[in-house]
Design a protein around this ligand. Structure first.
Ligand SMILES: O=P(O)(O)OC[C@H]1O[C@H](O)[C@H](O)[C@@H](O)[C@@H]1O
Ligand SMILES: [Fe+2]
Length: 203
């Protein structure tokens, strides 16, 4: 009686387009304007956009491919974040800490112009600007979100451990991340977020 035989998955070929289309993946999911209640600071601007474009307006979408949920497997996919602002804030993903918080993630920019916004529980914040060909290796323990600061879709290729999971509550409970990425007229800037009350473990 030896150890049980591991499941050996078959390699998968993925076709990944700079505009974010991916074939060979396992699934696609869409985030709509109506899903993003509470994300943006300017609630009046959010309500106005909702009235104008409807709850079904597409904000971002993700393709991914995974073999299994085990700790040794990778999830690979693309994220396409459509451009725009809500109030003075640029379009962004909800953001998360991995549920298994030490899990890292690679993001490689395929097209567009964005910022990876990053916070740690222990008080550090970073904003890493991404243009095609630039990547960020996000270490474990960093809360992360993508922000589109350009006029075109911001598309990244990502990869992370299949067992990582996502904790969204950590940002919601803190009143947002420590900083926000806003327009200053002709570009982006990072400003303190006045609604941020600290992450649970630092309160
Ligand atoms: O999950 P959100 O914060 O809404 O961001 C959307 C997606 O962004 C990235 O591409 C991650 O790798 C995905 O796992 C994540 O789901
Ligand atoms: Fe992630």
């Amino acid at each position: 009686m030896g150890d049980p035989q591991p499941t050996i998955d078959q390699p998968v070929r993925l076709e990944i387009d700079p505009n974010g289309e991916m074939t060979g993946g396992s699934r696609r999911y869409d985030k709509l304007l109506g899903d993003l209640e509470g994300l943006y600071r300017d609630e009046d601007a959010y309500r106005a956009l909702l009235a104008e474009r409807g709850a079904d307006a597409l904000m971002y979408y993700v393709y991914d491919q995974r073999y299994q949920e085990g700790p040794g497997a990778l999830i690979v996919g693309t994220s396409t974040l459509l451009p725009g602002t809500v109030g003075d804030e640029y379009a962004m993903t909800r953001g998360h800490l991995h549920a298994i918080s030490d899990r890292a993630e690679l993001y490689y920019c395929l097209s567009g112009h964005g910022v990876m916004l990053l916070d740690t529980i222990d008080g550090r914040s970073e904003a890493v600007e991404l243009t095609p060909g630039a990547a960020v290796n996000v270490p474990g323990e960093w809360i992360h979100r993508s922000v589109n600061v350009g006029d075109e879709p911001f598309v990244t290729l990502f990869s992370y451990a299949a067992d990582a999971g996502q904790d969204y509550g950590i940002i919601a409970d803190a009143g947002g991340m420590r900083t926000r990425i806003v327009t200053d007229g002709d570009g982006w800037k990072q400003v303190p977020n006045p609604t941020h009350v600290g992450y649970a473990r630092e309160r």
